[in-house]
Design a protein around this ligand. Structure first.
Ligand code: ATP
Ligand code: ZN
Length: 394
C-alpha cells in the first residue's frame, strides 16, 4: 500500500445538506494528491485522504474555494417527486458487484472500464428492448452515431464551460516520421501511464462522446428543421471521467445510453417528455423496479454549478429516474427525462418553420445501471424475478 495521510478541513461556509454529495464528488478534481474525500452529513467537516503529504495548505485553500463557490448563497432546490414507487417489494439486499465478480460476469479492465458477461449482456439487451418499445410508440426514427464527437461542435454548445472535469479527449500521434518512430521504439506503460511526452500528440479535434443526443442536434445545425419536428432514437457509448468517484459499477468511465430524442416546438417536446414518463411508468411496473422520479440537475463544474443548477431546478428541466439500491439504502439514477428549452436551437441555429429556434428534449437510459439496479433489487435467482423478466430471458 502506498503511504497516505489524512487532512481534516473545516469548511469556511457550512455545506447545506443538498450540496453534500455534489461537493464531495467535485473534491476528486481539486488536486491530484487527493485519493478520497468525505464530506460529513452535517456539512461541517471534510476529510481528505492524500496520496502523499502533498502541500496541505495549498490543497486546503483550493478545497475552500470549491466550498465557497458552490455553497455560499446557495438556495436549497425544491425537489418535486413525480412518482414514488420506492416501497415496491424487492427480494435481494446485497451488493450485486460481489456476486458478479465472483461469477466472472464483470471484469474491470481498467479503472471505470468494465466488460460484461452473458448474464449482464442478456439483461441489458432485454431492458434495451423495453426502451425500444418507447421508441416504437413514438415511431422514432433510428439513428447511428459515432463514438467520437467533434470538439468544434462541443465548443458551440458551451460544453467545455459546463462539464470540463469529466471530458475525455481523443488524440493521435502527430504526422511526423521522427515522432512516430520514436514512439514505436520507446512507448511503454510505466508507473501510472504511457511514458510518451505530451508534445508527441496532436491538437484535439475530437472527444469521446459524453452524451448521445448531441450528435443529432449537431447533424441538424445551421438549417431550418424540415416539417418542424423530429423524434429519433439511438444507442451509444458515452464517456464521463469521474476520477476517484469511479469506484464501483455505479459510476463508469465508459457506459452506454439508449435515448429517445424529441425536436420541435416547446409544447411538442414537453408533451412527448410527459408521455415518455407515463409510458415508462407501466414498463417499470412490469420490471418490478422500486424507484422514484424527481426533479434534479446536472453535475456542472464548480464555477457554473450554482447558477445552472438553480436554473434547471426552477424550470424543471431534468427529471431523474432513481432506482433503489437496497444494500446501501440509497438510490441511483438509471435514466432521465430532459428538456433543454431552445438551448440547442439557439446555439446551433436550428429553426422552426416560423424562424424561431427549435426546442429539444430527450429520455435517456443508462443501460449498465438499469441492469445493476435490477440485480441489486431482485438478485441472481430467476425464480425470484418478476415474471416479465423471468419469462423473457433464456
Ligand atoms: P442531457 O440531455 O441533460 O445532456 P443526458 O442525455 O446526457 O442529459 P444524463 O441524465 O446526464 O443524460 O444521463 C443519463 C443516464 O446515463 C443517467 O441517468 C445514468 O443512468 C447514466 N449515466 C450517467 N453517467 C454515468 C456513469 N458515469 N456511469 C454509468 N452510467 C451513467
Ligand atoms: Zn440526451
Amino acid at each position: 500500500m502506498p503511504e497516505t495521510s489524512t487532512l481534516e478541513v473545516t469548511p469556511v461556509v457550512a455545506i447545506p445538506p443538498h450540496l453534500v454529495g455534489q461537493i464531495q464528488s467535485k473534491l476528486a478534481y481539486v488536486d491530484e494528491a487527493i485519493a478520497a474525500a468525505q464530506v460529513a452529513e452535517s456539512g461541517d467537516r471534510i476529510t481528505l485522504t492524500l496520496r502523499s503529504a502533498g502541500n496541505a495548505a495549498e490543497i486546503e485553500a483550493k478545497v475552500q474555494r470549491v466550498v465557497q463557490e458552490m455553497a455560499q448563497g446557495s438556495i436549497a432546490p425544491r425537489v418535486e417527486i413525480l412518482e414514488d414507487h420506492l416501497a415496491r417489494p424487492v427480494s435481494y439486499d446485497a451488493d450485486p458487484l460481489t456476486e458478479l465478480l465472483a461469477r466472472r460476469e464483470v471484469y474491470e479492465e481498467s479503472t471505470g472500464i468494465f466488460t460484461f458477461g452473458p448474464l449482464m449482456s442478456r439483461l441489458i439487451e432485454y431492458f434495451e428492448g423495453r426502451f425500444l418499445q418507447l421508441a416504437a410508440h413514438f415511431e422514432a426514427q433510428p439513428y447511428r452515431f459515432p463514438t467520437l464527437m467533434s470538439a468544434k461542435f462541443l465548443d458551440r454548445v458551451d460544453y467545455f464551460k459546463a462539464f470540463p472535469h469529466s471530458l475525455t479527449f481523443a488524440t493521435h500521434l502527430r504526422e511526423d516520421l521522427d515522432i512516430i518512430n520514436e514512439f514505436a521504439e520507446k512507448a511503454k506503460y510505466e508507473g501510472h501511464g504511457l511514458n510518451s511526452p505530451a508534445e508527441f500528440f496532436s491538437q484535439i479535434q475530437a472527444l469521446l462522446s459524453p452524451a448521445v443526443c448531441y450528435h443529432l442536434y449537431f447533424s441538424l445545425a445551421d438549417h431550418p428543421l424540415p416539417n418542424g419536428q423530429l423524434i429519433a432514437t439511438a444507442v451509444g457509448n458515452c464517456f464521463r471521467y469521474e476520477s476517484n468517484n469511479l469506484t464501483s459499477l455505479e459510476r463508469l468511465w465508459n457506459f452506454t445510453m439508449r435515448e429517445v430524442i424529441f425536436v420541435g416546438s416547446k409544447d411538442f417536446v414537453l408533451e412527448k417528455r410527459e408521455q415518455s414518463r407515463l409510458f415508462m411508468q407501466k414498463i417499470f411496473e412490469e420490471l418490478g423496479l422500486a424507484y422514484q422520479v424527481e426533479t434534479a440537475n446536472d453535475p456542472f463544474f464548480v464555477g457554473e454549478f450554482r447558477k445552472q443548477a438553480a436554473f434547471q431546478n426552477a424550470f424543471q428541466l431534468k427529471y431523474e429516474i432513481r432506482a433503489r439500491l437496497p444494500f446501501k439504502d440509497s438510490t441511483l439514477a438509471i435514466g432521465s427525462y430532459n428538456y433543454h428549452q431552445d438551448f440547442f436551437g439557439r446555439h446551433l441555429d436550428i429553426t422552426l418553420p416560423d424562424g424561431k429556434p427549435i426546442h429539444t428534449g430527450c429520455t435517456a437510459f443508462g443501460l449498465e445501471r438499469v441492469a445493476y439496479a435490477f440485480l441489486a433489487q431482485h438478485g441472481f435467482d430467476p425464480a425470484r424475478w418478476p415474471a416479465a423478466v423471468r419469462e423473457a430471458l433464456p
